[in-house]
Design a protein around this ligand. Structure first.
Ligand code: BT5
Length: 312
């Protein structure tokens, strides 16, 4: 409820009376007052003037889950801090399909293969999509590509590095971690974790050469809740299309936005490095590469692109 009040205060041009809030939201005036106080405790400056009502002053940069909800078919679970939104999504019970877990910060944000994802508070987007798709386990990795395409659509000027990074120039602005639980013949649930650097001003020494944020690229701060909502709207649209028609229907757009194609790549299979040339994305979302005139599809393992993010 407090986020609904916040949304009304944010969109108002000046004061909003307690009576108006109470009428529109269907709760008592004292209920409004309690929620206003709770928002104040969260750091929002809300001034009240008798006979005029409430007006929003300083608002800390926090994500309002009410804004996110508009783009999510399922439920939105919002946290100030969690270890990892992917882990939280796996822990939760009775979660409706197409729900989203979103947090201001993660204390143990995860990348692939045990790597870490840095997510300082109030800077970026850390969210995990909870999905129950009726697809085979082999098709689950394609959801990483669907998520990458959604982010790429929402961030102007970004490109995708197959399979799970979104870049601006040669620096990473977003990483995606897809995890699943499946039985032999069916997928139970898939968690697609998306981390985006939005208003980060600085990065640590280990990331400065390879990471960027929307702020660093545009020299202005961006609304994290709006960007998260845009990514989610894109995702759920593309996801439905993928479920209905397969990746085939998204492949051409993905290939156009994929920076990996027409470049030399290094494939690491069974610990052995091999140089190859990336030529296309297949209808199953694999990377088609050529080695000595022979082409084959890569669907797992690591692929590094020379000149982009080193060999990460
Ligand atoms: C990824 O792994 O890029 C997947 C990142 C997924 C993060 C989301 S946030 C919400 C959800 N909850 C989680 O716990 N995770 C997901 P990978 O391709 O393995 O890349 C990891 C590497 O990216 C690290 O080893 C660093 O080099 C680099 N890295 C770490 N934090 C970064 C950041 N904020 N921006 C850019 N690069 C970063």
């Amino acid at each position: 409820m407090k986020y609904k009040i916040l949304e009304m205060l944010k969109s108002a041009d000046g004061f909003v009376s307690g009576e108006e809030l109470s009428k529109k939201l269907g709760i008592s005036r004292s209920g409004i007052w309690k929620n206003i106080n709770s928002l104040r405790k969260d750091g929002f400056e809300i001034n009240s003037v008798p006979s005029k009502g409430y007006v929003l002053g300083f608002a800390p940069d926090r994500i309002n889950p009410e804004i996110i909800k508009k783009s999510v078919p399922g439920k939105v679970y919002y946290f100030n801090s969690v270890d990892s939104t992917n882990i939280e999504a796996k822990r939760a019970e009775n979660v409706p399909d197409k729900s989203v877990f979103i947090a201001e910060t993660q204390t143990g944000g995860r990348g692939r293969l045990g790597r870490k994802w840095t997510s300082p508070s109030g800077c970026g987007i850390c969210m995990s999509l909870y999905l129950e798709p009726e697809i085979s386990a082999g098709d689950v990795s394609v959801l990483t590509l669907v998520a990458g395409l959604s982010v790429c659509r929402a961030i102007k000027g970004s490109r995708i590095k197959w399979p799970n990074d979104v870049l601006i120039g040669d620096k990473k602005i977003c990483g995606i971690l897809t995890e699943m639980s499946a039985e032999i013949d069916r997928v139970n649930r898939v968690i697609v974790g998306i981390g985006v650097n939005v208003n980060n001003e600085v990065f640590g020494i280990d990331l400065i050469e390879k990471a960027t944020s929307l702020y660093r690229e545009t020299c202005r701060k961006h609304s994290r809740e709006k960007l998260a909502a845009d990514i989610l709207s894109e995702f759920f649209g593309l996801y439905d299309k993928f479920l209905e028609k397969g990746f085939e229907a998204l492949k051409d757009e993905y290939a156009k936005k994929c920076v990996t194609l027409n470049r030399e790549v290094v494939i690491i299979r069974n610990g052995i490095e091999q140089s190859a040339y990336a030529v296309d994305i297949t209808e199953n979302g694999e990377l088609l590469v050529e080695v000595d005139g022979k082409s084959f599809a890569v669907n797992s393992g690591e692929v590094s692109v020379r000149g982009l993010l080193g060999y990460n």
